[in-house]
Design a protein around this ligand. Sequence first.
Ligand code: A2P
Length: 334
Amino acid sequence: MKGYNVAVVGATGAVGTKMIETLEARKFPVAQLRALASERSKGKALRVRGDLLAVEELKADSFKGIEIALFSAGAKISRKFAPLAVKAGAIVVDNSSAFRMEKDVPLIVPEVNRYALKDHRGIIANPNCSTIQMVLVLGPLHQRAKIKRVVVTTYQSVSGTGLLAMVELREQSLATLEDREIKKKVYPYEIAFNLLPHIGEFLSNGYTQEEMKMINETRKILGDEGINVTATTVRVPIFIGHSEAVNIELEEELTPKEAREILGEAPGVIVMDDPDRNLYPYPRMAAGKDEVFVGRIRKDSTVPHGLDLFIVADNLRKGAALNAIQIAEELIKE
Ligand code: A2P
């Protein structure tokens, strides 16, 4: 099989390191791997396939000879460097929010809308972590009984913010338990033993950026602008794993049993739903796993055709790195 020259931008970050691990774990055909990060990380060694790989500083000419560039260094970096990568001949899979809502940029969760991939012009966007795990579950239900409205509340781990936030949660937790002074750098308030209904900036409509991402991206991926979505996104003191309480209203009746059957067949989804045996998904179980877990499926009798669900996934894997590599796998199949 042909090998591809792959660059990972943000290779030292929470998602970038997972991207490199995932390329290895899924035996993606890599001919040459280039690890790119900021000047601070230049020369740092990463362990890849048992070898050491030196991190290079990201520069305008970093993409010479690169065929696939995986970006996860934030929207600003993507806006500046993704077009340069495309110009150099690479196809970009971008994990940032920079291009997600642009018309000619496919926003892809392969199990749900791989058909939209063919329309790309060099950049394919990887959706927001919370959106990916939600649409993986909602997609098959929407196909069967058409979703009219979604109300979602999230419980998102600090790894979604990045490595520095993981360090902050650890340090604040230790400081609290040891009765030491609590230092804050990443979040405006303490995250240890707390939670913050604040992910991304607040917008003039009262929602946060993260909430609007879930609203807009869900419609784009499900290919249905008619779905009403509202979201409250909350940061919680968990290292890895995002959880979501999701309420949906469907056009047609769908029983919890039927929903479990449909989701039982859905690729990438595992139904964990047996209250009698305390079986339901939770983040410590989902961390380190590739699948999206769903449970607590029950009828909501307060609306016609309503269902409640609880969805959990490893935000660094299916929520970010794994989905990006799956997109790259689809691209090389073409
Ligand atoms: P670096 O480690 O050199 O700062 P996280 O999301 O975990 O915070 O990681 C962000 C990633 O984006 C890291 O790999 C980081 O590299 C990279 N990054 C941040 N700023 C830049 C920049 N100006 N140029 C290139 N890479 C950057």
